[in-house]
Structure formats: structure tokens, C-alpha cells
Design a protein around this ligand. Structure first.
Ligand code: SF4
Length: 269
């Protein structure tokens, strides 16, 4: 009898899940690759996934074809998601994945690295068993970089302009400096993000992506300059602390820099 177990790797467009897909390609040829599309990802994430798809020689199944972010925003009465109300992760990432998985036994491959101690997505569905090949095989940050480099796929493009994680272009987990970089790199997507914000005098009716200030304020030259200055000072302090670190350790450390809540792993890995 054939084993009914399915093998599924959920990709985010980030470097770790991409490296894992490349790493598993020949190890688990029956792997199914999926991407939970919010319809609001960075433009380059879509292009990057197309390249990865060509390398894998297999379709990356895009979930949510019919109901993206705007659909769910309406269902949630126009309330923008926030770190305290993450309906977006639930409705656009977790649920579609679980629906796609169905009821058959499934092995879900998660791209947590050997040098991380975070907890990955573990479904509460009893038919899903999560596995962590990078942890099992001792593949750390440097190992992931090597896989991406040797395959010719390289890093996700957003890392080159200073964004730290994949996901929606308006993700509320972005730091102010990342909003500035979005403004400078993708002004059209910054503009789109701004259109979602609502400023009101009525209590409880104001919605902004960034808790510090609305995007219409953040984009003003004096605020952009202040954010850049603040970030440069922070970097200077961090540089001193990293004096004796190797380059890969510095890069991993930069990725871990945190000034608030972390995005969900399913959006970010
Ligand atoms: S990337 Fe951010 S905004 Fe998009 S679904 Fe994930 S948590 Fe929500």
C-alpha cells in the first residue's frame, strides 16, 4: 500500500524557507511547496518566488487566490491588523495552510535554523507533524547563506535594501527605519500602505500601521532625517558591541535586533 503521508513546505519568500526548499528538493522529491499569498507582498517577492519555482522545477502552489488581504479587511469591519490583533496571520497564512493540508497525515517542513531557539509554527491539527531539517542537520545562518549562494538563487531582494523580513509591504512589524526604506525603494507601495490608514478625532477610529506616527507624518523630510539619525546612532552602539564577532555572527545578530514584537514565523521565515 502506498504511504498516504504528504510532505509540505510552506514558503514565505524569506531566506530560511527558501533555503530549506532548495535543500529539500532532491531529498524529498514528492514535496509540495506552497505560498500563502496575501496579495500584498513586496513586488520583488513574487519575482523571487518565480525564480525559486524554476529552480525547484515544481509549482509553488499559491493559496488565497480568491480572498486576499482586502477581502478579510472588509470582513473585519475595516480594522487594520496590529501586533495585538493579528487576524491577518490567522486568516491569510495559518488557515489557508491548514485548509490546503486537509485531513491526511502531513509532514510540514519548517525552516528554523540550528542557531535559533524560536518556536516555529506547530499546527494544533493532529494530522500535521512539524519537522525542522536545519536544526536536525546543524545548518545555521552561515549554512543557509551557503545554500542560497551555491544555488545561484541568492538572498531575497528586500534584504539588499534593508528590510528585515518577508511578508506584506505594509506589515505593522516594520520598524520606522524600514518604513523609510520602503518609502525610498518602493514609493508606490508606501503610498498604497498610507491609503489604508484612517485618522479620526473620534476615539477608537484612528488606524495607523506604525504606532509611532502615521505614515503621512513619517514621510516628511524632517521625520525621515530624524529616524535615519536615530538608526545611525543605534548602529554605532551595536557596532561597538560586535567588535569581536565574525561577519556571519554580525549578520545573524543584526537579524535578531528587536525593538518590539516579532512577526509570525509563517510570514517571516
Ligand atoms: S506579513 Fe505582517 S501584515 Fe502580512 S500577514 Fe504577516 S503579520 Fe500580517
Amino acid at each position: 500500500m502506498t504511504d498516504p503521508t504528504r510532505h509540505i513546505l510552506c514558503m514565505s519568500g524569506g531566506k530560511d524557507s527558501t533555503a530549506l526548499a532548495l535543500y529539500m528538493r532532491d531529498r524529498v522529491p514528492q514535496m509540495e511547496y506552497v505560498f500563502c499569498d496575501t496579495d500584498k507582498e513586496l513586488t520583488e517577492t513574487y519575482e523571487y518566488l518565480n525564480r525559486v519555482e524554476a529552480f525547484l522545477g515544481k509549482k509553488i502552489v499559491r493559496l488565497n487566490a480568491k480572498a486576499g488581504f482586502d477581502y478579510w479587511l472588509e470582513v473585519y469591519g475595516g480594522y487594520l491588523p496590529s501586533p495585538n490583533m493579528r487576524w491577518c496571520t490567522k486568516m491569510l497564512k495559518l488557515k489557508p495552510f491548514e485548509q490546503y493540508v486537509g485531513e491526511q497525515p502531513v509532514v510540514s517542513y519548517v525552516g528554523l535554523r540550528a542557531d535559533e531557539d524560536r518556536v516555529g509554527y506547530i499546527s494544533t491539527k493532529s494530522n500535521i507533524k512539524a519537522v525542522f531539517p536545519f536544526k536536525e542537520d546543524g545548518i545555521d545562518y552561515a549554512g543557509v547563506m551557503k545554500i542560497l549562494e551555491e544555488s545561484g538563487i541568492g538572498l531575497p531582494p528586500y534584504l539588499k535594501w534593508g528590510r528585515t523580513h518577508s511578508g506584506c509591504y505594509f506589515c505593522f512589524f516594520q520598524r520606522s527605519i524600514e518604513w523609510v526604506r520602503l518609502l525610498e525603494t518602493h514609493p508606490d507601495q508606501f503610498e498604497e500602505a498610507m491609503k489604508y490608514e484612517k485618522i479620526s478625532d473620534q476615539p477608537g477610529k484612528t488606524f495607523t500601521w506604525n504606532q509611532e506616527m502615521p505614515l503621512s507624518e513619517l514621510r516628511k523630510p524632517e521625520n525621515v532625517a530624524a529616524i535615519k539619525q536615530r538608526f545611525a546612532e543605534l548602529e554605532e552602539r551595536n557596532k561597538k558591541n560586535r567588535k569581536n564577532m565574525k561577519l556571519v555572527e554580525i549578520l545573524a545578530d543584526m537579524e535578531d535586533e528587536d525593538d518590539g514584537a516579532k512577526p509570525c514565523l509563517i510570514c517571516q521565515l
